[in-house]
Design a protein around this ligand. Structure first.
Ligand SMILES: [Zn+2]
Length: 242
């Protein structure tokens, strides 16, 4: 079987047979890959915790007929160990993993930007520099953008006139001017719209200065925007307080 190397983040695992697991990975060069880890559920497993969700690993894989097989794994960053100590960061991180899996839809189609975004997002989530909820919101807006659903928070998505605009509609893809507004649009505070723009580009000084009420409103709109673009909701989102 031909071998290849890649680095990856472990997104999810599930049981296979008596002692094995199928590991769903987001790799740097091969996009989303599902691969078998043999013997990983034995107590004497040589894999240790290297193939747990969140772990950033360097891998060697053997190409299989249906699923590839992991032959070597070395931990680059044990995000699991760092996130596991903080419930908010852990649950928000779980939403990131599920989002990455859902937005990278094709197996073995390179998705370098999504990979880099996920590693950067997990690093920010594991650090203490920014609040967990805003790291999550920023990641969600950016991963949706990379997937082709970039929201607009300044120009009206219908006519392109520059804002600020008061109306926000997930189905339209962002803010709308007064003449193009759709029924049922949200009317967030001007500060919330500005905050959403800051989360999208990672303008952290604006995020840190924001009022809690605007942070909450922004989180709800990000959730609505994400829900609109995913066919079914994220299971993991239920554990994140919005
Ligand atoms: Zn307009």
């Amino acid at each position: 079987m031909p071998l290849y190397r890649d680095e990856a983040v472990v997104l999810r695992t599930h049981k296979l047979g008596e002692a094995d697991r199928i590991i769903t990975l987001l790799t740097r060069q091969h996009g989303r890959v599902r691969a078998v880890a043999k013997g990983v559920r034995r107590t004497t497993s040589r894999w240790g915790s290297r193939l747990e969700p969140f772990t950033h690993v360097d891998l060697q894989l053997a190409e299989g007929r249906s699923l590839d097989v992991i032959t070597q794994a070395e931990t680059l960053d044990p995000f699991h160990a760092r996130l596991g100590l903080d419930y908010d960061r852990y649950t928000a991180g779980t939403v990131m993993l599920e989002t990455a899996e859902r937005l990278v839809t094709e197996e073995k189609e390179p998705a370098v930007q999504q990979f880099l975004l996920l590693v950067g997002g997990l690093r920010a989530m594991a650090g203490a520099e920014h609040p967990a909820k805003q790291v999550l919101d920023s990641y969600l807006l950016r991963s949706l953008s990379v997937a082709g659903y970039a929201p607009s928070f300044d120009h009206c998505v219908q006519c392109g006139v520059e804002g600020p605009h008061r109306f926000f509609n997930p189905s339209a893809g962002g803010v709308l001017c007064a003449s193009d507004r759709l029924p049922g649009s949200a009317t967030p505070a001007a500060e919330t719209v500005r905050l959403l723009g800051a989360l999208l580009v990672g303008d952290w000084p604006v995020v840190h200065a924001a009022d809690p009420r605007h942070l909450r409103e922004a989180s709800n709109l990000v959730s609505a925007y994400l829900a609109w673009h995913l066919e079914r909701g994220l299971r993991s989102m239920a554990y994140v307080e919005r």
